[in-house]
Design a protein around this ligand. Structure first.
Ligand code: DX5
Ligand code: ZN
Length: 226
């Protein structure tokens, strides 16, 4: 297990589990969140369709919150830069879909956003170790991407730990994000493995008091890393 350190844990509710007809209302339910995680799906890279750039631009207008865009789309090389241009704080693309991840990462950063690289459960981190200097965040998917409300995959825990070791070796503060099935039951395991950015959709928006759940998830994560 990676040694405990002073990582600051970030809780990022996924609006995939919010009410799409009342996004502003639901976003205002989580004032304590560190970021809003926005899932963009194209029905090609994943078998589901959500929202695209026009909706992200509208969300940008109604909140100053850190917007963490998770692109589950084919051809991120073509589409990702436009999200950075919309003024979001972070754009994450999937390594399985990118044709030129280094060029794309540099382009996103040049447009002023942080950049994240995402890996599906079966994608190893090791082939990408040399790319860590190009990114601000690694996203280890803890379910197969495409839907909210799936069961957390424990088989991803060793990869989270290996990603944490690689990040620590760089000596930089690259965030290590987990996404999928993260809840009060599973967040401690993720924190123990080395994650410091936690996406939670159904666990947050599926309860009566989403902001209290954000606080509770943070407390649990902090209790494992301090
Ligand atoms: C799934 C998405 C997730 C999703 C997580 O592919 O990337 O962000 O919203 O939902 P939960 O937390 O319900 O698993
Ligand atoms: Zn996501």
């Amino acid at each position: 297990m990676p040694e405990a350190n002073s990582r600051s844990n970030k809780i990022m509710p996924s609006i995939l589990s919010a009410d799409f007809a009342n996004l502003q209302r639901d976003i205002e339910k989580v004032p304590g969140a560190d970021a809003l995680h926005v899932d963009v799906m194209d029905n090609h890279f994943v078998p589901n369709l959500t929202l695209g750039l026009p909706v992200v631009e509208s969300i940008r207008k109604i909140t100053d919150k850190f917007l963490d865009i998770h692109l589950m789309i084919d051809e991120p090389d073509v589409w990702a830069p436009g999200y950075a241009e919309a003024g979001v704080e972070s754009v994450t693309f999937h390594l399985e879909a990118a044709k030129a991840p280094v060029r794309l990462a540099r382009e996103i950063r040049a447009k002023g956003a942080r950049v994240g690289m995402a890996l599906k459960p079966a994608t190893p981190i090791e082939p990408y170790a040399e790319l860590l200097g190009e990114v601000d965040m690694i996203l280890v998917m803890t379910v197969e991407p495409g839907f909210g409300g799936q069961k957390f995959l424990d088989l991803t825990l060793p990869k989270i730990a290996r990603a944490r070791e690689l990040i620590n070796k760089t000596g930089t503060d690259i965030w290590l994000q987990v996404d999928g099935g993260v809840s009060a039951d599973t967040i401690a395991r993720c924190a123990d493995a080395g994650a410091d950015a936690f996406v939670a959709g159904s666990a947050v928006f599926g309860v009566d008091d989403p902001d209290a759940m954000v606080a509770s998830l943070r407390q649990t994560a902090d209790s494992r890393t301090s």
